[in-house]
Design a protein around this ligand. Structure first.
Ligand SMILES: NC(=O)c1ccc[n+]([C@@H]2O[C@H](COP(=O)([O-])OP(=O)(O)OC[C@H]3O[C@@H](n4cnc5c(N)ncnc54)[C@H](O)[C@@H]3O)[C@@H](O)[C@H]2O)c1
Length: 345
């Protein structure tokens, strides 16, 4: 299959690109190379004859038309997005532009391309979204595919809007779509402004480790390679028009997660004092959702997918990867906004 992956120089998109090429698919990686992109993420496949790169913005309709006509993909996996909640609080405009207008532009380009080809039923537009569209849970319960949307940040609202657009294009124009809503990812190549890499890198540098509020927010952590595997499973075997929630079945409070990482660093890079001594509580993010948890019954029962690693195993692999790859993360620390406290509103 030939797959056009948008956002393939980002964290999750690059895992999809690497895995798809590894499975023998042809991949066109389309990316605008924003601050969050890193072409080193796909260096392992860059010279593979199955791989091609297109530097383009999904808001540019002419470029989308040209790339689709030139490469003639069988499917589009749409991951390009502004993805950092704290940045969405400080500057929501970029999120509206890329996540909503960009998705609309890509949908229209995909629709014309698909119609010009005679509307092949096997074509797929796979929209990759987040569990944050469902809002916040209390201590009990899990998000199912039927949970009503209740986004609470500019990021999650823009992703919810994009999900609605994709469903509307399926209902109104018959575009063959599948959607996935996933919990928090972690793993190698995670950009160093997100929680887990911030903890690892601050601890390594002996810097304070900021934990928002009381550290009681709960996330359902999914190892990025497991997410990429789930996405390729849904793309190739998911039911047309259906949504699938993808979760790691690995809930953890932020403070427990941070402590686990500190313990791993104590084992691999022992310091005079335990790394957990660096933990400091800072003012919470406004509108910080308390808890996300995914009910993964549908993807497990229909497609037989489940995560391959526990949080303990995935974190051990992730910490080991950051310790072995300073050449990857060191240059990213100088990028705009990295290391600053964003999203205080
Ligand atoms: N990170 C998570 O935990 C998580 C969880 C669930 C869903 N998601 C979704 O998965 C997708 C990928 O997330 P990520 O964490 O890899 O994001 P990321 O920020 O690491 O990467 C996003 C990529 O999209 C590219 N991009 C941004 N704007 C673009 C534009 N206008 N045109 C073309 N490319 C553009 C960037 O250059 C970057 O390479 C997003 O849609 C996100 O909403 C992420």
């Amino acid at each position: 299959m030939k797959i056009l992956v948008t956002g393939g120089a980002g964290f999750i998109g690059s895992a999809v690109v690497r895995q798809a090429v590894g499975q023998g698919h042809s991949v066109v990686n389309l990316d605008a190379l924003t601050y969050a992109a890193c072409l080193a993420n796909v260096a392992s496949v860059a010279d593979d004859p199955l791989y091609a790169f297109e530097h383009a913005d999904i808001c540019d309709r002419a470029a989308m038309d040209h790339i689709l006509a030139q490469h003639r993909p069988d499917a589009i996996m749409h991951l390009a997005a502004e993805s950092h909640v704290d940045r969405s609080i400080d500057g929501p405009g970029a999120f509206i532009q890329t996540n909503i207008t960009g998705t609309y532009t890509l949908l229209e380009a995909a629709r014309s391309y698909w119609e010009a080809q005679g509307k092949p039923e096997e074509f797929r537009f796979h929209h990759i979204s987040t569990d944050e569209v469902y809002g916040s849970l209390g201590a009990e319960g899990q998000f199912t595919e039927e949970t009503p949307y209740d986004p609470r940040s500019p990021y999650s609202a823009s992703k919810a809007a994009s999900d609605h657009l994709v469903r509307a294009w399926a209902e109104t124009y018959g575009l063959p779509v599948v959607l996935t809503n996933c919990s928090n990812n972690y793993g190698p190549y995670h950009f160093p402004e997100k929680l887990i890499p911030v903890v690892i890198l601050n601890a390594l540098h002996g810097k304070l480790i900021p934990v928002y509020g009381k550290g009681e927010n709960v996330r359902d952590w999914l190892y990025v390679e497991d997410h990429a595997d789930a996405l390729l499973t849904v793309l190739t075997r998911g039911q047309l028009g259906r949504s699938y929630n993808i979760g790691g079945e690995n809930e953890a409070r932020n403070i427990d997660l941070v402590t686990m990482i500190c313990d791993l660093l104590d084992q691999h890079r022992p310091d005079a004092a335990p790394h957990a001594d660096l933990i400091t509580y800072v003012a919470d993010r406004p509108g910080h959702d308390l808890r996300y948890a995914i009910d993964p019954t549908r993807i497990r029962q229909e497609l037989g997918w489940r995560p391959s690693v526990t949080l303990e195993q995935g974190l051990a692999k992730t910490v080991a990867w950051y310790l072995e790859n300073p050449d990857w993360w060191q240059p990213l620390l100088d990028r705009d906004g990295v290391g600053a406290r964003l999203g205080k509103a």
